[in-house]
Design a protein around this ligand. Sequence first.
Ligand SMILES: [Zn+2]
Length: 175
Amino acid sequence: MEHQTRFNTVQQRVVRGARERAASLVSNYYRVAPREWQRMPYEVRTLRSLDSSEVTDEAFAQTVCYTFRREAGSLVLEEGDFFRICLQDHRILDAMRDLQLRLEPLLTCVLTHELVHVVRFGQHLQRIDLPQELRSCEEQKVEKTTQAILSRAGDPDISRFLSSNGRCAGDPSRR
Ligand SMILES: [Zn+2]
């Protein structure tokens, strides 16, 4: 794989802050209690800890769904879906430069979009194996919800990002 620009240490810290902010915006919108949110099966990874199959040049982020299973001998203790939000550092850094945006609001937009996907999967409002012809419709719904959530944030940088392009991220998939 060719070398892509990655977030530095300071930017990694911004990722953690934006992740908290997006989680609080999304959980407030869907009225998910903090204890319930703690159990939400997702993680956020940046380029340095992605598998090469999780890297894309097509979007700022993509959410990949994995099935996890905890076993003890022949006994299945726990089984379910797990979502990995894969941030594409190189694409985000390019957009930041091109659109002259600060990193934090941009990341907040991208993570909010992906967390809306995660909540919709969790509440079975969306199927992960959606046929291609229904995907753009689902993507529009997610984008609309994302914009409703973000406009409540009342952040001028976020508003500028939404009016400049509006599209936060790509389609989720299952591996
Ligand atoms: Zn999406």
